[in-house]
Design a protein around this ligand. Structure first.
Ligand SMILES: Nc1ncnc2c1ncn2[C@@H]1O[C@H](COP(=O)(O)OP(=O)(O)OP(=O)(O)O)[C@@H](O)[C@H]1O
Ligand SMILES: [Mg+2]
Length: 508
């Protein structure tokens, strides 16, 4: 008897068959990875298991008994927990409060509102049991992403989840946090919990999963034991062809476009986020900024983009227009959090595309918007970036996570900016789409664009950059030529060891 069977599940949205007779079987204690290109139907399938959507056809069986969920509450009481890619915690509340939020039985005997003490005990016990490093009294907004994710996991465990679904859990994590999460998931599986996780990172899948199911265009295209698979085989199963690592041509020298000297920038809480940075960036160069999320990269890019003021030091951009409006369009900015600052979800694709380009010929001028051209161009972008959408008129909110990211990239590249600030450009993209974006960035560099690539992915930084700076607590741990850099070296610098110390250590 299998723990879970999803049988011939079909789900249609207007104009799309998101899932087409998909079968998925999960055994007790199994870690099952769900792979597939952007828009292949992974989130949709899991959303049905979690009661967010109802299948149009097919059955879900738990321990051979058919279940029907009409809301997540039903799924939770059947022992299913889900951690979404965008966390659903209340930032101003504590960890404990978030975990027990909405549970009736938490009313205390003496306090009719909340029995936080009893809850805290149980949270600590669960945290201990599964190696989840958590501080019950901390407020959620103060926690790094990795810890917030652990709170989400705890929330499910607290509700006695037997099956835990995680939608791209590692996309937002730093390498160290990924290791921690992998450890936690292994602990959970060892104690009999079953896990389904969605990921685009094939190495992780191979490291962690027992079995893999691959979706292609809504259809289950394969299921393999991980022991028999390699990363490149999985990639081929997903996209139907071999995926290559990008090839970088030698760099042509170009004039300097950005110079900073002793730059200091503060964050939203008025704490120093960028601490004494001095570097420059030239045309035709990809300048990689590596580092764990939250070490000042966001504040640095915002200062360069002109949306955050600088505290002291110098920041000079040459060769761009003086006018604010024009300059806004001469700098492309792919922000790290597309949901907060990248897109307007209820707007159509072409309107999202137009957000930046309207007012610039041929898209329009100071008076008129040429909506026909915008729609036309959006359609072209849909082709170029293989965006899975039925047309430029659909709402951004109906696109899968990775496809939303592609719209942002297409928009920011559309005006051929002189300077491109690209933060986590391939976050959430499948391997095929990431390969395409890498090629686009390299060819933009070869035709003279200056690109600052902010990424937590060492492979990406190493493959694309000409020079690499590693940021740690707002400071530069060192600047290296990409040809001289290695994964290990960058990893150490990301953990706060300066290049100087590494080199001294090596020469001893
Ligand atoms: N609420 C919705 N309305 C209309 N179409 C939708 C809706 N949700 C999903 N879709 C469509 O269903 C298809 C599958 O989307 P889904 O989000 O399941 O993909 P995914 O495999 O999770 O992709 P990604 O890796 O990019 O997250 C896509 O074509 C998407 O546009
Ligand atoms: Mg998804």
């Amino acid at each position: 008897m299998s723990l879970l069977r999803m049988e011939e599940i079909t789900k249609r949205f207007p104009g799309v068959v998101a899932n087409d007779q998909v079968d998925l079987v999960l055994e007790e204690g199994e870690i099952h990875a769900l792979l597939g290109e952007n828009g292949s139907g992974k989130s949709t399938l899991m959303n049905m298991l979690y009661g967010i959507y109802r299948p149009d056809a097919g059955r879900i069986l738990l321990r051979d008994k058919e279940v029907q969920f009409s809301s997540p509450t039903d799924a939770i009481s059947a022992g299913i927990g889900m951690v979404h890619q965008h966390f659903m915690l209340v930032p101003t509340m504590t960890v404990t409060e978030n975990v027990i939020l909405g549970l009736k039985e938490q009313k205390g005997r003496w306090n009719p509102l909340l029995d936080t003490r009893g809850a805290e005990k149980r949270i600590n016990a669960l945290a201990e049991q599964y190696g989840l490093d958590i501080e019950p009294n901390a407020r959620v907004w103060q926690l790094p992403v990795g810890a917030q994710q652990r709170v989400e996991i705890l929330k499910s465990l607290y509700r006695n989840a037997e099956i835990l679904v995680l939608d791209e859990p590692t996309a937002v994590l730093a390498p160290k946090e990924v290791e921690h999460l992998i450890e936690v998931l292994r602990n959970l599986a060892r104690s009999g919990k079953s896990i389904i996780f969605i990921s685009h990172k094939l190495n992780e899948v191979i490291q962690l999963a027992d079995r893999v199911s691959v979706l292609r265009n809504g259809v289950l295209s394969g299921q393999v034991d991980v022991a028999d698979a390699t990363a490149s085989q999985l990639a081929e199963m997903m996209v139907g062809r071999q995926v290559e690592t990008p090839k970088k041509k030698p760099r042509k020298s170009g004039e300097t476009i950005l110079t900073t000297a002793n730059l200091v920038v503060k964050d939203d809480r008025s704490l120093i986020a960028v601490d004494d940075l001095t570097f420059d960036l030239a045309k035709g160069e990809i300048f990689g900024v590596a580092g764990v999320d939250g070490n000042g990269q966001k504040e640095l890019t915002e200062a360069i983009a002109g949306v955050r003021s600088i505290e002291s030091g110098n920041l000079e951009i040459s060769g761009l227009s003086k006018s604010r409006g024009k300059r806004f369009r001469e700098i492309g900015h792919v922000t790290e959090d597309r949901h907060q600052t990248g897109v307007v979800l209820p707007f159509s694709l072409w309107e999202n595309y137009a957000l930046k380009v309207c007012g610039t010929p041929p898209y329009g001028n100071w008076l008129n918007m040429n909506t026909g051209v915008m729609q036309e161009q959006t359609r072209a972008a849909i082709d170029q970036f293989s965006i899975k959408a039925t047309g430029p008129d659909v709402a951004m909110s109906t696109l899968s996570g990775g496809n939303q990211q592609k719209v942002v990239l297409a928009r920011e590249l559309a005006l051929d900016p002189k300077l491109l600030l690209a933060a986590q450009p391939t976050r959430g993209l499948d391997v095929g789409a990431a390969e395409y974006v890498h090629e686009r960035l390299l060819s933009a560099r070869d035709s003279g664009m200056a690109i600052m690539l902010i990424s937590t992915e060492l492979e990406e930084v190493l493959a694309l950059s000409d020079r690499i700076m590693v940021m740690y607590e707002g400071k530069s741990m060192g600047l290296v030529d990409a040809s001289q850099a290695s994964r290990e070296m960058l990893g150490l610098m990301m953990a706060g060891v300066s290049l100087e110390n590494i080199e001294n250590g090596m020469s001893q």
